[in-house]
Design a protein around this ligand. Sequence first.
Ligand SMILES: [Zn+2]
Length: 291
Amino acid sequence: MKRLICILLTLVMAFTIVGCEQELSQLNALFTEEYQQIAYDGMLHVYYLDVGQADSIFILLPNGENMLIDAGTKESGEDIVNVLGSLGVTDIDYLIGTHPHADHIGGMQQVVEDFDIGKIYMPKVSTNTKTYKNLLQAIKDKRYTITTAKAGVNILSEDNITATIVAPNSNEYDDLNNYSAVIKLTYGMTSFVFTGDAEKLSEDEIRTNIKCDVLKVGHHGSSTSTSKNFLKKTSPTYAVISCGADNDYGHPHNEVIQRLYKSGISTYRTDLNGTIEAISNGYTITFNSER
Ligand SMILES: [Zn+2]
């Protein structure tokens, strides 16, 4: 927990001299103060949290609202809650569970229990896992409802900020991964695509314009995803891969790394770079990372 907090503090303070040894109470004060400045600095901040072999992306929107896409594994739930709490976050405006696999919704039960949530988006598919059932129960207990995540759903549409769900485009898939909510977020001239674990089949079904500057690579860099065609359609300048060091799946697969490299795409990885922050002022994007 302390590690993640230190990581975020480091990013939030833009690598200033604040050390990581401070007591949590001091950190809270600093976070709260910094968060309030950042929340209204008119910039888009996207934090690809280092949650090991899992996904969790916290987004601070230029309008002061926030969004959490996935919440890592059950083990990460507490870390995420603590980090966001330390940032001064009390509400989550938009919570998206891309698909009901444990490395995406594992920590979400705790997030739902500990924060006030605005809107919750999840694809229309269920599983029999305890993790999924517990999450549904937590949502029900707080009398929240789930909005179906599917292509065409607008999460947010303001002057120069939009967040749109561009997949899934079908109602039935053999693989849960393909139910992944894929989101395109634009701010001014800049854009981001978040893919969950969508595989080639779903990638191919996306018909809307998904050209972007930053692509969160699908399925932790697995060769099931990020097809040549999809890279052509997204044509990103930057890619971010969320995966754990020495994971059992061999993610990211070499094939995908090569494809990104050959396309001249600058790639960040949570296993190598730790938590990664992308900041957009609407015109250009800059990156900070833990290492
Ligand atoms: Zn996954």
